[in-house]
Design a protein around this ligand. Sequence first.
Ligand code: HAM
Length: 437
Amino acid sequence: MATFQTLPGFREFYPEDLARRNHIFRLWRQTAGNFGFAEYDAPVLEPLELYKAKSGDEIETQLFNFTDKGGREVALRPEMTPTVCRLVGAKASALKRPIKWFSIAEFFRYERMQKGRGRCFHQFNADIFGEPGPEAEIELIALLVQCLGAFGLTAEDFYVRLSDRNLWFYYLEALGLDEARSRGVLGAIDKYEKYGDEAFKGYTEAFGPLAPELMAKILEFLQVKSLDALEHTLASLDGEKIKTRLADWKKLLGALDAMGLTRFVAVDLGVVRGLAYYTGFVFEAFDRKGELRALAGGGRYDDLVQKLGGPALPAVGFAIGDMTFALLLEQRGLMPTLVQAPDVYCVIGGEAERLAAFGDIHALRAAGFRVDYPMKEVAFGKQFKAAAESGAKLALIYGDDELAKGVVKIRDLTTREESEVPRNHVAAHVRDFFSAG
Ligand code: HAM
C-alpha cells in the first residue's frame, strides 16, 4: 500500500526538527519581550475578503481559498498584517499607546517551491500602531537586527536594506509622472533586480515606453547607496516635502547609529516591496553573501487599518520567515544540537520494584525534574545502556536488594560513582545533585 505523503510544500516536524524550531521561536519571543512588545494570536482561517485588493496581486494569486460548508468564501492566512490591523482597529481607542505587538504564527501561500520557500511557513511579526514618525521605524529596525543578532549572527552575516516609497513618489512626481505611472514604475523596480529591463514590460504595456532620459533618472536613483548620495540626487529638486522627508531619514539613521547598528543597515532604493499597502519607509533583511531569498521584510502602512474598517491609525511592521532564517543559521554553524535528555533515568528490577519506583518517579517529575524509565521489564544490562544513551546525568537503581534494604542506589552516569540513599531521601538527594551543578 502506498504511504500517504504530505501535500507538496508542507512540512512535518519530527522531534529534532521541532526542537530547532522551538529554539528559534524561544529567542524571538524573548527578544520581543526585551523590546516591550506584547504577544497576540488570531485565527488561521479568515474571510477571503480580508486579502482581496489589500495584500496585492501576487499574494492574491497564491491564496489557499475555498468555500466553507456555510457558503462563506474563506482563505488560509497568507500573512498577518490585515488580521492584526483588524484586531487593533476594533479596539484602537482602548489600547494603551504605543501599541507594540508581536506574534509567531503559521502562514500559507501557494507558491512555486524553491530553497527557503514553501507553501506553509512561520513568521515572527512585529508591528507598532499609532506612531506616525520615524520613532516606530527606529524601534522596529533595532528589533529586527536583534532578532537575528540574538542567535550570534553578525553584520558579516546579514544586513537590512532600507528604502522609502515616499521619496520615490516625490522623485517621480518631480520627473513629471502622475501617481498611476509612479506606481507602475515602483512595480517594475520591485522586479528589476530579478528581471532587469524586462521588469518594465508591464509598465510599457500600460503607459507606453518610458523616455530614455526618464529611464536614466530612475536608474540613477536606483544606484543611491548612502544618505549623502540621496541628498545629492535630490538637491536640485527643492520642496518642503523632500526636506521634511530627508529630516526623517537623518533621525532614523542617527538613532540607529546611536544604537551601534549602522553596520547592519544599508541605504538601498532598490527595495520597494511588492505588497500593496506600504506607504513610507520599507526595508528587507538579506544574508550578506546574497545566496538566500529575503530573511525578513516590512515597512510602513499608514492606510491599512482604516481601509479595513478601523480608525485612521499609522502603522509600521515587519515579518521574519523561519525557513530562510533556519538555512542561514545552519550555513553559519549557529544552529545548536538540541538534545532532549532526561535528568534522571530509572533502572528497575521486577514488578514490585517498579511500583516502588513509580512513587519516586512521579514525585521527581512533579518537582520539575525530567525523569524517564523503561516501559517494559528488560535485563539490567540493557537498561544501563539505555540510561547511558539517554544522556541522563543520574541513574536511580531499584533492584530487589535495594528494595529489601529500603534504599535506592544512585549512580552518577558521568563519574560512575555510586551511593545508596534511603528511599525517603531520594528527592532531596537528586535536588542537591542538580543544584550543585
Ligand atoms: P513578506 O515579505 O511577504 O512580508 O514576508 C516576510 C518574510 O516571510 C519573507 O522575507 C520570507 O522570509 C518569509 N516568507 C514569505 N513567503 C514565504 C514562503 N512562501 N515560504 C517561506 N517563507 C516565506 C509580509 O508577509 C508582511 N506581512 C510583513 C509585514 C508585517 N509588514 C508589515 N508588518
